[in-house]
Ligand binder design. Structure first.
Ligand SMILES: [Zn+2]
Length: 467
């Protein structure tokens, strides 16, 4: 998908005049000639959000589109435009602040997405979105940033939307390799039984029942003298739930259980494009949680890279098990900062709904800065606590830890985060995101299906810290 912006106006480029209800009211009072207002009002236009009307010249030619834009405060206020305007090219004929102009472009770009790879060609699937001339005040650097967000978001959405038949652990590894090679990152991958030889037993235990071999995908990038940061993403390419099989309704969307891995790849791409001054280490444990005779069983005890053992209280709590070895491996390089992303628990969705990733941070100062970045980027997240008194809930009966506390239907997002903390170096500046990675319905700029959630926020946080 090409980014929906062009650099020059042409004869057929029509202007867009953007209104709020207030600015329309002022315009209406001062309008000369009155005819334009009469036309707009007859079409029901009062500057209200998500409404466009084509205004003619006195001769009856198209003159401009009047567009209602909420209150200009949110980038998604602009996202309805590329789908509501006829195919063509437009320019903005309203004064905007720098932030508004950048937000308009981001909101516009994020709305231009379809996933039609598996559909027969038709006018619907070949729909072309309205294009915009880069607005005034959007610098070349801004354009590069907007392009980077567009490409990373498209990558995340595409990876999540691709069905498991075409995105197993091998294909996820190929996608990671492609990102790595593009930026000359050093890529490695440990596959199948080699996971045992190289001491990634928890990744192997979860993935061994699938005919698609499990793997630990890694790449490093950047100047080794720069601060080390690690990104870890859960890559469960399909989650049947294992022997504790999921009911059909809960299993339906489980191609998205590699959403954390997709976020880490999108974020890594943005970091490398922006050449942030970091030494980047990306780790993705990639498996399919399948059902077969050799699948792990409830109350099996799984070894991990750190030496701590895990009792499998529930085979569907597999994400934290594969993340254990990946987090330990990441910590061996002593990064000064680490993020992990995972579609980890239903409990996080019960707490915050599907649109707000839950954030768990080792340090409050980091959490505060992440929240500020979220505000700035219009990319919300919400903090939940690593509440220490709950840590005893993740201790095991016959093993050091359990992946699923018995008799505990409460606080599941927190206990999952506390379980991960057991595999993170004490005191490390670490942030864990538990996310949906999926839009359950389509809204402007957020098409139904795979979605990047909190990725712009994470990037902005890192940009402030390391540029
Ligand atoms: Zn699961």
């Amino acid at each position: 998908m090409a980014i929906p912006f062009v650099s020059k106006t042409s004869k057929s480029t029509l202007p867009l005049r953007l209104f709020t209800k207030d600015t329309f009211e002022k315009f209406r009072k001062g309008a000369k000639p009155k005819a334009a207002c009469v036309w707009m009002e007859a079409a029901g236009f009062k500057g209200q959000a998500k409404k466009v009307v084509l205004c003619p010249t006195a001769k009856g030619d198209p003159d401009y589109f009047a567009c209602g834009i909420g209150d200009f405060s949110d980038l998604y206020d602009f996202s309805y435009l590329p789908q509501s305007l006829p195919e063509g090219t437009y320019y903005i004929d309203t004064a905007l602040s720098h932030t508004q102009a950048v937000n308009l472009c981001l909101g516009w770009a994020l709305a231009c997405y379809d996933f039609n790879r598996y559909k027969a060609p038709s006018p619907d699937t070949d729909k072309k979105y309205a294009k915009l001339v880069w607005p005034k005040g959007v610098s070349k650097a801004d354009q590069r940033f907007i392009q980077s967000v567009f490409e990373a978001t498209t990558l995340v959405r595409d990876l999540i939307n691709t069905p498991a038949q075409d995105l197993g652990p091998a294909q996820l590894a190929a996608a990671a390799r492609k990102v790595a090679k593009t930026y000359k990152a050093k890529y490695t991958c440990v596959t199948g039984k080699n996971l045992l030889k190289k001491n990634f037993p928890s990744v192997h235990a979860v993935g061994r029942a699938s005919s698609k071999e499990p793997r630990l995908i890694e790449f490093t990038w950047g100047n080794p003298k720069h601060p080390k940061i690690a990104l870890v993403g859960k890559g469960v390419c399909f989650d049947t739930g294992g022997i504790n099989i999921k009911p059909a309704g809960n299993m339906r969307l489980m191609k998205k259980d590699m959403g954390g891995a997709a976020h880490v790849l999108g974020l890594a791409q943005m970091i490398m494009q922006a050449k942030l001054k970091v030494h980047l280490h990306v780790l993705i444990p990639a498996v399919e949680n399948s059902i077969a005779g050799n699948a792990m069983l409830p109350m099996d005890v799984i070894k991990t890279r750190s030496g701590k053992t895990i009792e499998i209280g529930h085979t569907d709590a597999e994400g934290r098990v594969i993340l254990a070895d990946a987090l330990v491996k990441a910590c061996e390089a002593q990064p000064e900062f680490m993020i992990d992303c995972a579609t980890l628990t239903g409990a996080a969705r019960v707490a915050l709904g599907t649109e707000l990733p839950a954030m768990f941070a080792m340090y409050k100062k980091t959490a505060d800065k992440m929240m500020q970045a979220a505000d700035k980027m219009n990319d919300p997240i919400w903090p939940l606590p690593l509440y220490a008194p709950y840590a005893e809930k993740v201790s095991g009966m016959t093993a050091d830890l359990t992946n699923s506390p018995a008799n505990s239907q409460y606080g599941g997002a927190i206990t999952a985060a506390l379980f991960l903390k057991e595999f993170v170096n004490p005191g490390m500046d670490w942030v864990h995101f538990d996310m949906m990675a999926w839009n359950t319905v389509t809204s402007a700029g957020k098409p139904k299906g795979g979605e990047a959630q909190g990725m712009r926020t994470m990037f902005e946080f890192l940009r402030q810290k390391y540029s």
